[in-house]
Design a protein around this ligand. Structure first.
Ligand SMILES: Cc1ncc(COP(=O)(O)O)c(C=O)c1O
Length: 403
C-alpha cells in the first residue's frame, strides 16, 4: 500500500450468493389518495420536545454538560427497568462503549446473530475481537439459542443477542449459557424500547443493554444511544470512558484510553419530550401491528411477525416474509408498493454476506438468516401512521396477492 492512499471498498463477493441480495431501491411515486410518500418511519415530535430544546438554547447549555442529559438518563433507565443509564452519541457507540467497558479486547470472541444490522458486528471488530456468528431461529427471527453452545471456545467472552425488530430473545436460555461458561451478556436493544420478556423489561436482563435513539427508533433524540445497566461498577466505568476517561484526581489526567461519545443537552432535551409519551409511542406501534395482522393474516404465502404469550413484542418495524407461495416475489412486491408511494425496507442482509465479512465465514452455513434476508421486508411503521394509510397499504398487498 502506498503511503498516501485512502481506504478502498471491498469489491469481490461470492457469485453463488448474489441471488440472495435485494434489488436496488424501487423509485417511490406519491401515487395514492394521500398524495404523499408514506415513509417506512417518521418520528412523532408533537409533545414538549421543542420546549425542552428551546430551554437549552435560551440557557446556553447546548453541549454535553447540562441537566437534560442527566434527567433523560435517569428517566429512560427507569422506563426500561434499569438502575443506571449512560447516554452516548448513537446505538453504535453504546455497543462499542459497552464492549470496551467489559474489557473485550484483542482476539476475544463475541457471539452475535448473523441476521442483524452491521453495527452489531462492527463494534466487536472495533475492539479487535472476533464476531462469532449464529444463524437465526425461524419462528422469532432472533439468534438461535440452541446453536450458541457449539460455538463457544476458550476465547469466548460475551454473548450479544439482538431483540430483532422489537421481539425479545429467549433470555432465560441465553443467561443459562452465559452462567455456565462465565460470559457477559450485552443486550443489543437498539430496536426494542419497551419490550418485555417474561414480565422483565428488555434493557435490564443482561449485564447491560444498548439502545439506539436514531430518528426511526421507538424513542428518538435524532441521533443518540444509551447503555442501561443494574451494575454500579459498569455504570461508573462506562460514564468515565464516555468522556475521555478524565481522572477525578486532577484534570487532563488519564489512566484509561477513553472516547468522546457524549450526548448533547439538545439531544437529551428531545429525548425528555419523547419520554413524556413513552407508553403511547410503544402502544401505537403495537396497535399498527395488530391492525396489519388482522388485515393480512388470511393471505397465503405471507409470514407475519410472531407474538407469543410470554413476551411483549413492540414491533419496532412490522416485518413480513414473502414466501414462494405468494403471487409475486419480495422485490416485486416492494416495487408495486413503491409505485403507490409506499416505502418499505428489505430485511437485513446477514453479516456473513457482507462484502467486508464474507471471507471469514466461508465454511459456515446460515440458511435461516439467508432466507430471511431474501424474503423479508418491513412495512411503514411510524407511530403517527394514519389508519386510512394502513388500510391502503394492506389493500395494495392484497391486490398484489391476487396476481
Ligand atoms: C440491531 C441494531 N444495533 C445497532 C444499531 C445502531 O444504532 P445507531 O444507528 O443509533 O448507531 C442499530 C440501528 O438501527 C440496530 O438496528
Amino acid at each position: 500500500m502506498a503511503k498516501r492512499e485512502i481506504i478502498k471498498p471491498a469489491t469481490v463477493f461470492r457469485e453463488d450468493k448474489l441471488h440472495l441480495l435485494p434489488l436496488p431501491e424501487p423509485p417511490l411515486r406519491p401515487n395514492n389518495p394521500f398524495r404523499r410518500v408514506i415513509p417506512v418511519c417518521e418520528p412523532l415530535l408533537d409533545g414538549k420536545e421543542k420546549k425542552h430544546v428551546l430551554e437549552c438554547l435560551d440557557s446556553g447549555w447546548i453541549s454535553s454538560l447540562g441537566s437534560k442529559i442527566r434527567e433523560f438518563e435517569e428517566k429512560f433507565a427507569r422506563k426500561v427497568g434499569a438502575e443506571y443509564g449512560v447516554a452516548v452519541t448513537s446505538g453504535t457507540t453504546a455497543l462499542h462503549l459497552a464492549l470496551y467497558t467489559l474489557g473485550i479486547g484483542d482476539k476475544d470472541e463475541v457471539i452475535i446473530p448473523t441476521f442483524t444490522m452491521i453495527a452489531t458486528a462492527n463494534t466487536v471488530l472495533y475492539c479487535r475481537a472476533k464476531p462469532v456468528l449464529i444463524d437465526a431461529e425461524p419462528r422469532t427471527w432472533n439468534i438461535d439459542v440452541e446453536r450458541i453452545e457449539e460455538k463457544i471456545t476458550p476465547r469466548t467472552r460475551a454473548i450479544m443477542p439482538v431483540h430483532t425488530y422489537g421481539h425479545p430473545c429467549d433470555m432465560d436460555r441465553i443467561l443459562e449459557i452465559a452462567r455456565k461458561y462465565d460470559l457477559w451478556v450485552i443486550e443489543d436493544a437498539a430496536e426494542a424500547h419497551g419490550a418485555e420478556y417474561k414480565g422483565k423489561k428488555v434493557g435490564s436482563i443482561g449485564d447491560c443493554a444498548c439502545f439506539s435513539f436514531y430518528a426511526n427508533k421507538i424513542v428518538t433524540t435524532g441521533e443518540g444511544g444509551m447503555i442501561t445497566t443494574n451494575s454500579e461498577e459498569i455504570y461508573r466505568r462506562a460514564r468515565n470512558l464516555r468522556d475521555h476517561a478524565f481522572s477525578s484526581e486532577r484534570h487532563f489526567w488519564h489512566k484509561f484510553v477513553g472516547f468522546n461519545y457524549r450526548m448533547t443537552n439538545l439531544q437529551g432535551a428531545i429525548g425528555l419530550g419523547q419520554l413524556e409519551k413513552f407508553e403511547e409511542l410503544v402502544e401505537r406501534r403495537i396497535e399498527n401491528a395488530r391492525l396489519y395482522t388482522s388485515l393480512l393474516k388470511d393471505l397465503a404465502g405471507l409470514e407475519l411477525p410472531p407474538e407469543t404469550g410470554e413476551i411483549k413484542n413492540v414491533f419496532w418495524m412490522y416485518g413480513i416474509r414473502v414466501k414462494n407461495e405468494f403471487a409475486v416475489s419480495r422485490d416485486e412486491l416492494r416495487k408495486r408498493l413503491a409505485e403507490k408511494g409506499i416505502e418499505t425496507r428489505a430485511f437485513f442482509i446477514p453479516i456473513h454476506l457482507q462484502p467486508v465479512y464474507w471471507k471469514e465465514y466461508l465454511s459456515e452455513e446460515f440458511p435461516v438468516a439467508e432466507a430471511l434476508g431474501k424474503e423479508g421486508l418491513y412495512l411503514p411503521s411510524s407511530p403517527g401512521l394514519k389508519k386510512e394509510e394502513l388500510y391502503f397499504i394492506a389493500e395494495c398487498i392484497r391486490k398484489a396477492s391476487h396476481e
